[in-house]
Design a protein around this ligand. Structure first.
Ligand code: DC
Length: 226
């Protein structure tokens, strides 16, 4: 059967990764959470006190980073490894949330990550979620989806996720972080978050995961059978 590339973009905490993961499972495709790559790079920068104004330090740091995804059968998803260390949990910490958009706005970082993402898509049969997948990483993707959801619903979703690890995190803190990240992601110079002109918009504010999956599977099958 024909394999396609599916690009899923949108604002923070819209459920892009959940959707991409479900879709990849149904289609038996590879799922790549591109945000995890920017998060792992941010973790490395934080641990090594890299000054993000220092172009030379950034390029030296990137030369010391190897990112890989390995399937975790217990969790039913791929974990990201930073130089052979599984950092799937550490990359979700608030300190990473607080810095990731600034790191992801750096040109050298984007060049580094995008090259690896494009390599992963060469054989097709991939669902990748992020901010610039349909515009920069895979401009020729057969199916592009731009996900949106109401800000308060997104805050509740993120809050649930963060409270599993840190019960003291507040709603106001989460809302501020989401709005701030959306602002930086949309206004940066290098591949800002944009809806590709040929993307289909999916507002999932009022959809269950199952309803959302059914809609998108329909779109994917249309493209596959075309
Ligand atoms: O999807 P996420 O929240 O895990 O993404 C973390 C950050 O990485 C987000 O603030 C923006 C950035 N990002 C990006 O710039 N480009 C991507 N393709 C994916 C994520």
């Amino acid at each position: 059967m024909k394999k396609i590339v599916i690009a899923i973009d949108g604002y923070s905490s819209c459920g892009k990764s959940t959707l991409a993961k479900q879709l990849a499972k149904e289609l038996d495709y590879i799922f790549v959470d591109s945000g995890a790559m920017y998060r792992a790079i941010t973790l490395f920068f934080l641990r090594n006190n890299i000054d993000i104004q220092d172009v030379k330090a950034i390029s030296a740091a990137l030369n010391n980073i190897t990112l890989t995804f390995k399937y975790n059968s217990l969790a039913g998803k791929s974990d990201i490894f930073l130089n052979e260390e599984n950092v799937a949990l550490q990359i979700r910490e608030m300190r990473v949330n607080d810095h990731v958009s600034d790191v992801a706005a750096l040109e050298a970082v984007r060049t580094f990550a995008v090259a690896q993402q494009q390599q992963m898509g060469q054989q097709k049969g991939i669902v990748m979620d992020g901010r610039d997948i349909g515009t920069t990483v895979f401009p020729d993707a057969e199916l592009k989806i731009f996900v949106t959801a109401d800000i308060d619903i997104r805050v509740q979703r993120r809050l649930l996720e963060l409270r599993e690890k840190n019960p003291s995190v507040t709603e106001a803190e989460v809302k501020q972080n989401l709005q701030w990240r959306d602002q930086i992601d949309s206004s940066r110079e290098v591949s800002p978050l944009r809806q590709a002109t040929d993307a289909i918009v999916l507002d999932n504010s009022k959809l269950t995961r199952e309803e959302q999956l059914a809609i998108v599977l329909g779109w994917a099958n249309d493209k596959i059978n075309k």
